[in-house]
Design a protein around this ligand. Structure first.
Ligand code: ADP
Ligand code: XUL
Length: 561
């Protein structure tokens, strides 16, 4: 296995540039968390006037963007916070990061020259103002590209063909359809764009003072990459926009060095000039790394702005639902994932409407309502949902006399659509709905059922009442890690991994980096909630089937694709 010791006294820095905030975690050479910081966009950078870190454009159906410069200013601010807290920048030997997936940045002609000439006397924001051909980056919440998705799928021979080739059918938030829309609607802007970055490679570009490659894992979230070969797909590129390969640059594996840290950061923050920037990747892939998921039976559930379920797989089976990416810490395997747009923000909406804006009250309702909710099922789409592809809207049903007894056929049960539930039932319907849907789609996607265990992460994984519902509905133990931000932790771990690979001159197994240190507090997964009662599980199985029937019916009536 070789020597996996990290230099004594060294530090590893991992960022997470996500929808609502920029976070960072610093690990020491034993992979213990030394410090962390967050910049919350709405409250700490209020002059951008974002809500939840984004602009929802009411004039264009489904257009959701974020001001690109806000991400830059957040980096200025976060590094200043580290200066104030006395972080010894000179000890950081490698940096990496996570970006919200699919979001894209458009550099105007001349952008590279600006990046190379950053002046350490000035903040980044001042210097990067005006370098983007589009100032508002489309992000993963955007759903304005249905026409482009259809055109791309048609051009490559259908949705399943595109999934076979790139790992996913066309999705509105994916970068390829977003680029095609820009090419179609703003051809001049497309023409004057020198380089297109993902959020991940954008942030890495600032750190190296040059355009960083897109990494092979986050690159799979574009509908542009051949997921088996890990190269740009000529067919997909042609189906998207002319002259695109040139604007995307080369792909690089996630463990590769993007470049040495730019002189700007050496002069302004006293980083060591030998500090390496390891390729950034997507937030979900880095969470997979941060949770050290390496067993096919383990599933991770991330409850952040989006809700995601993911695990690993040794093969690529193309499907219309869900996504396949290259595993960011394995040169051959895959990562499989399902994504829900109505995650924390939709739960917050239910909390605000029904529980006086208080998680405590929300949890009280969860604890005092019975599992199965007396057959009350809800579908809450505050945003256009991805899975299933349904528009904004709330739908509530009661399955009469539902007691979950297996002897009665479901078909005989009466289902009534209702306008509202009482507040406690609404809270339970929202949470049970989240996880019944996740379980049904995960099973349909071929994910392990029941999973060996679930590791929960993201902001809402701090909520024990929610975790209890997950354990009952999935019928397995639920684990958590010390901190809910596995994406920045994973980025810091990948920084250490990339540093090793660079020292060795080739890929080394990721497990070598963390195996001996697994009991360290930052990596240690602890059992949070044991698997629920098996009888309750079989009742939930029946309720899940009913929910899927109702969902299929809604998709037929209202679905987008
Ligand atoms: P991101 O995907 O932007 O990184 P986070 O993982 O930081 O998001 O999660 C932020 C979300 O966590 C908030 O929108 C909030 O609703 C949710 N959250 C925080 N604490 C709780 C809690 N106790 N119960 C439920 N949700 C919570
Ligand atoms: C993944 C996705 C979201 C974003 C959130 O496909 O769209 O989970 O990565 O940051």
């Amino acid at each position: 296995m070789g020597d996996f010791s990290l230099p004594e006294g060294s530090l590893f820095l991992g960022f997470d540039s996500s929808t609502q905030s920029l976070k960072a975690t610093v690990l020491d050479s034993n992979l213990n968390i030394v410090t962390s910081e967050t910049v919350h966009f709405d409250s700490e950078l209020p002059h951008y006037k974002t809500k939840d870190g984004v602009y929802r454009d009411s004039s264009v159906n489904g257009r959701i963007v974020s001001p690109t410069l806000m991400w830059v200013e957040a980096l200025d601010l976060l590094l200043l916070k580290f200066v104030k807290s006395g972080l010894e920048f000179g000890k950081i030997v490698a940096v990496s990061g996570s970006g919200q997936q699919h979001g894209s940045v458009y550099w105007k002609n001349g952008g590279a020259a600006k990046l190379a000439a950053l002046d350490a006397a000035k903040p980044l924001r001042e210097q990067l103002k005006g370098v983007f051909s589009i100032e508002e980056s489309p992000i993963w919440m955007d759903s304005s590209t249905t026409a482009q998705c259809k055109a791309i799928e048609d051009a490559v021979g259908g949705a399943l063909e595109l999934a076979q080739l790139t790992g996913s059918r066309a999705h509105e938030r994916y970068t390829g359809p977003q680029i095609r829309k820009i090419y179609e609607t703003q051809p001049n802007v497309y023409r004057e764009t020198e380089t297109i970055s993902l959020v991940s490679s954008f942030m890495a570009s600032i750190l190296i003072g040059d355009y960083a490659s897109i990494d092979e894992t986050d690159g799979a979230g574009m509908n542009l990459m051949d997921v088996k070969e890990r190269v740009w797909s000529k067919i997909a590129l042609e189906a998207t926009a002319p002259g695109l390969e040139e604007k995307l640059g080369k792909l690089a594996p996630a463990h590769a060095v993007a470049g040495p840290i730019a002189q700007y950061f050496v002069n302004r923050f006293h980083f060591n000039k030998d500090c390496l920037v390891i390729q950034w990747s997507g937030d979900n892939p880095n969470s997979l790394a941060g949770l050290t998921i390496n067993t096919p039976g383990d599933l991770a559930i991330s409850l952040g702005t989006s809700d995601t379920v993911f695990g690993i797989s040794s093969e690529h089976v193309p499907r219309l639902e869900g996504h396949v990416f290259p595993n960011p810490v394995d040169t051959k395997g895959y990562m499989v994932m399902l994504v829900y747009k109505n995650g924390s923000l939709t739960r917050e909406d239910v909390r605000n409407r029904c529980a006086g804006q208080s998680w405590d009250q929300f949890n009280k309702f969860l604890e005092t309502t019975p599992p199965l909710n007396g057959g009350k099922l809800g579908f809450y789409y505050k945003e256009h949902e991805i899975l299933p592809p349904l528009p904004v809207g709330f739908h509530r049903y009661i399955i009469e006399n539902f007691n979950g007894k297996t002897s009665n056929g479901l078909k005989e049960r009466q289902v009534e659509e209702v306008e509202e539930f009482d507040a406690p039932s609404e809270v339970r319907a929202a949470i049970e709905g989240n996880f019944l849907s996740m379980r049904a789609h995960a099973e349909r996607f071929g994910m392990p059922s029941p999973p060996k265990r679930i590791i929960a992460t993201g902001g809402a994984s701090a909520n024990q009442s929610i975790l209890k519902c997950i354990a009952s509905i999935f019928g397995c133990d639920v684990y958590t890690v010390q901190r809910p931000d596995s994406a920045s932790l994973g980025a810091a771990l990948r920084a250490a991994h990339g540093w090793f690979c660079n020292r060795k001159g080739s890929f080394v197994p990721f497990s070598g980096v963390y195996e001996k240190r697994l009991n360290n507090t930052s990596l240690h997964c602890k059992l949070s909630i044991p698997a629920g009662d098996p009888q309750l599980l079989s009742k939930y199985t029946l309720l899940m089937k009913k929910r899927i029937e109702l969902e299929d019916h809604l998709v037929q009536k209202l679905g987008r694709m």
